[in-house]
Design a protein around this ligand. Structure first.
Ligand code: NDP
Length: 397
């Protein structure tokens, strides 16, 4: 059906490559390109059957990307490198007339800040060029936004309160590790908290608001309100929301390590000179922390991510909880990667499938909740991320 250029050979890239390779009727040709070609080759070898071709690319270099796209001629580019590369890859797609999909919004390397404005600024150019860009198609952002769209379509006349709840109850056996790229992850979770209430953003100190929430098959876990990128587009696309928040679970050990890392300056993003060489502390930290892509082998337990929503249907107040639980062990057995990479990579593959099948094809730059959620939700059930709905339950939030 179509050709895909996949950029990024980390934990998430590993899963996307495995999933796509297992669906040859949709993903006819797959080229996996990344900064370090040997990592692409290792993934291709694990998948076998000569399903994946590989290439080296520096995705910060637009001309290099353009040459690669022109020589392979994909129908869509799936970006699972880092958020720093988003704009370069979007530029290359624009120059070559190819569709674009990613799982995380742009972040400038020199400021620990993420927002959609930089990517939304491409809307008109993509529209004029007749190219589709699909933003934020991982789990969160991604499935959480699609769950919200599904709730709005099928279960509410007016959604009023949205709480996205993200629990990782897995244990990888390491004293400290992040579940996706450490640099991006630490930048995200050490930011001030922020949520939407009554038409404005409310800012909190990092991890200021917290309480235990119960997660299905897991039990109570201390959960913290943090800012997360899908809130920005969801409050725009669902203006009836009076409040929208994002909760994430953290263990005490994890928070203690984070605090120490920050206190000793290792989360810094400003370059320092060490032995005459310029280094960025958080990038050095990434180099000594466990590679998230390698955590899978001993990872036990599961993730549970979902949306807890309150609003009106037929004039009556109702509550709704939709979630997926994902087992780290099952994810590893299937792809060699842990559950967080799996929950991100599978939706990226499904998003690309939606595009190739012509179901999610709309010139412009779109967040995932702007597309029909139903066909995507069906594929989640088939491709390893089944979801569960609970109606009129206590949402706890
Ligand atoms: P990793 O750090 O494991 O992998 C990133 C990959 O991108 C590496 O292979 C890296 O190359 C490659 N890369 C980095 N810079 C460049 C460049 N300039 N040119 C080409 N390749 C480059 O990260 P993850 O796999 O954990 O995460 C991938 C993405 O997924 C991130 O953007 C992350 O924010 C996002 N994500 C989204 C989630 C969601 O639910 N929406 C959840 C988790 C992650 P090298 O191997 O040489 O370092």
């Amino acid at each position: 059906m179509g050709k895909v250029l996949l950029i990024g050979a980390g934990g998430v890239g590993t899963v996307v490559a495995h999933k796509m390779a297992s669906i040859p009727e949709v993903f006819t040709d797959i080229l996996l390109a990344s900064r370090t070609k040997s990592k692409c080759d290792k993934i291709a070898e694990h998948i076998g059957r000569n399903r994946i071709k590989t290439a080296q690319v520096n995705a910060d270099n637009v001309q290099e990307l353009v040459h690669l796209i022109q020589s392979f001629r994909p129908d869509i580019v799936v970006n699972v490198a880092l958020p720093y590369q988003d704009l370069h890859i979007m530029d290359a797609c624009l120059q070559t007339g190819v569709a674009y999909l990613d799982t995380a919004n742009y972040e400038p390397p020199e400021v620990a800040k993420f927002e959609y404005s930089w990517q939304w600024a491409y809307r008109e150019r993509y529209e004029k060029a007749g190219i589709t860009a699909i933003l934020g198609c991982g789990f969160d952002p991604g499935v959480t936004s699609i769950f919200t769209a599904y709730a709005a379509k099928h279960h509410f006349d007016e959604m009023q309160y949205l709480d996205i709840v993200d629990c990782n109850a897995g244990d990888h056996g390491k004293p400290f590790a992040t579940n996706f790229n450490p640099e991006i992850n630490i930048r995200e979770v050490t930011q001030k908290g922020k949520y939407w209430e009554n038409g404005r953003w409310v800012t909190t100190e990092p991890h200021e608001i917290h309480k235990p929430l119960n997660y299905p098959e897991i039990g109570p876990k201390e959960s913290y309100v943090i800012y997360h990128e899908e809130l920005e587009s969801l409050v725009k696309n669902y203006p009836s929301l009076k409040r929208a928040r994002f909760w994430m679970t953290f263990g005490q050990e994890y928070l203690t390590h984070l605090r120490v890392i920050q206190n000793i300056g290792m989360a810094g993003i400003i370059p320092i000179i060490y032995n005459g060489i310029e280094i960025v502390p958080i990038q050095f930290l990434k180099a000594v922390l466990p590679d998230p892509g390698e955590l899978g082998e001993n990872y036990k337990g599961q993730t549970s991510i979902g949306c807890r929503i309150k609003g009106l249907k037929d004039g009556k107040e109702r509550t709704y909880y939709i979630y997926n639980n994902c087992s780290h062990e099952a994810a590893y057995a299937e792809t060699g990667a842990q559950g967080v990479s799996y929950t991100t990579g599978v939706p990226a593959a499904i998003g690309a499938m939606m595009y190739l099948k012509g179901i999610w094809k709309k010139p412009g730059v779109h967040n995932v909740e702007e597309f029909d959620p139903d066909p995507f939700m069906e594929e989640l059930n088939k491709l390893g991320l089944p979801w569960v709905e609970l109606h009129n339950v206590d949402l706890e939030v």
